[in-house]
Design a binder for this molecule. Structure first.
Ligand SMILES: *Cc1c(COP(=O)(O)O)cnc(C)c1O
Length: 402
């Protein structure tokens, strides 16, 4: 029974721990100093705010960090992804496969660029796109597989690279592997590589909630494909001299703080991972909750700390748990994210008769209580106690049988 995300509680704004904590509030004196420098040197009509020297340096540093050949800045992760898809020149009937549990942005980008969005099921442990179900929906019309590293859990891309090689498009060759790493900046995949090095193109977001942020907006693409990198650079600045394009530039001040944030990224991620591991440990004895696995073959960044309630609580029971957490304990939580076609009418219209029952069921059991690297031990203890007590409360009314 699918849960309509519209019925999922949108909890009060005055929560002690917000529904979606932002990374803001974690700029150090170094970011402030970088901004002051940009302000001072841009206050001159001969130079002004032209970003190139700063965005170029940020791109070089980001490419070096991920070990990709090229990095291209954008004004957001969403536009960056749209421009990567634009480069494929999708024509009607061209298919792009993506996981049904997702942020709406990647699915809207496929639709916006003229592709047919083909939905596939998530892996039940990681909620990442399942390669087995991907193979089920692969056709000779598949142009790309869009893999989102879900909530910081770095996906293994190798099965998808193999699938693509085995099922080439008759005209365009192997479907492109496009990676949405908006929630996994700084992660490491099971092949030991930094996120951004594998696949055809990887898209990052520096929006306010993401693992590093450039004043609350910003994006980046990494790729080893010189032609893609060249085209992306003209797409974001009115097409160069002869092709279509639009202004999607990152500003100088964003690039300046991005450079500082990048040097701090591993440290910020380590703090988040530490919080997440402690939470998992503290909740192990809460028998009703399925906790995120602690991986040793990859670096999971815990953009969110996914919890799954028992199958018998799916939908209503989960919603009640979120309400109790918010109302009694001030703990915000979010369903991150519902199946996109249940939450967004355009995506539903576009995907018509496609259904992903496994995704619907998992999403109706999912909740992600507030987690942030800047939480102090007292916050974490209070949140874990709240989760435990709220779960016991629901268990009394719903029972615990599967
Ligand atoms: C945030 C996000 C995006 C889009 O990034 P913006 O910079 O906000 O446009 C895309 N995909 C996922 C999974 C995201 O979380």
């Amino acid at each position: 029974m699918p849960t309509n995300p519209a019925t999922v509680p949108r909890t009060a704004a005055n929560l002690r721990w917000p529904v979606e904590p932002a990374q803001g509030g974690w700029y150090t004196e170094d970011e402030h100093e970088a901004v002051r420098r940009v302000l001072a040197e841009s206050d001159d009509w001969r130079t002004g705010w032209r970003p190139a020297s700063y965005t170029g340096t940020f791109e070089d540093a980001f490419a070096a960090y991920t070990a990709a050949a090229h990095a291209v800045t954008f004004n957001s992760g969403g536009t960056a992804l749209e421009m990567v898809l634009h480069h494929l020149r999708l024509t009607p009937g061209d298919e792009v496969i993506s996981c049904a549990i997702n942020f709406v942005g990647p699915h809207l980008a496929v639709i916006g660029q003229g592709g047919s969005l083909i939905l596939a099921e998530p892996d039940p442990l990681t909620l990442n796109l399942d390669p087995v179900d991907t193979e089920r929906v692969l056709t000779t019309r598949t142009r790309a597989i869009l893999i989102t590293h879900w909530n910081g859990a770095a996906a293994d891309l190798r099965p998808f690279l193999t699938l693509a090689e085995r099922h080439p498009h008759p005209v365009h060759g192997p479907p492109r592997i496009i990676v949405d790493a908006a929630r996994c900046c700084g992660g490491r995949t099971p092949s030991g590589q930094v996120v951004g090095a594998e696949g055809w193109a990887t898209v990052f977001s520096f929006e306010s909630k993401k693992l590093m942020t450039t004043f609350g907006q910003g994006g980046m693409v990494t790729t080893d494909d010189q032609a893609l990198a060249d085209r992306l650079r003209t797409l974001r600045t009115y097409g160069g001299r002869d092709r279509w394009g639009v202004n999607q530039m990152m500003t100088k001040a964003q690039a300046a703080v991005g450079l500082v944030q990048l040097t701090r990224l591993d440290g910020m991620n380590a703090a988040r991972i530490d919080r997440a591991h402690r939470r998992t440990q503290r909740l192990t004895h809460v028998a009703e909750l399925a906790l995120p696995p602690t991986w040793h073959d990859r670096q999971h960044l815990y953009y969110r700390h996914n919890l799954l309630v028992p199958a018998s609580w799916a939908g209503d029971g989960r919603d009640q748990l979120m309400n109790v957490l918010a109302e009694r304990y001030g703990v915000g939580s979010i369903v991150s994210d519902p199946v996109t076609y249940l939450g967004h009418r355009l995506i539903r219209r576009h995907t018509n008769d496609q259904r992903c029952p496994r995704a619907e069921h998992l999403a109706s059991r999912l909740l992600c209580p507030c987690l942030h690297p800047r939480m102090v031990p007292g916050d974490e203890a209070a949140i874990c106690d709240a989760i435990q007590q709220a779960t016991e409360h629901i268990a009394r009314t719903h029972g615990t049988t599967e």
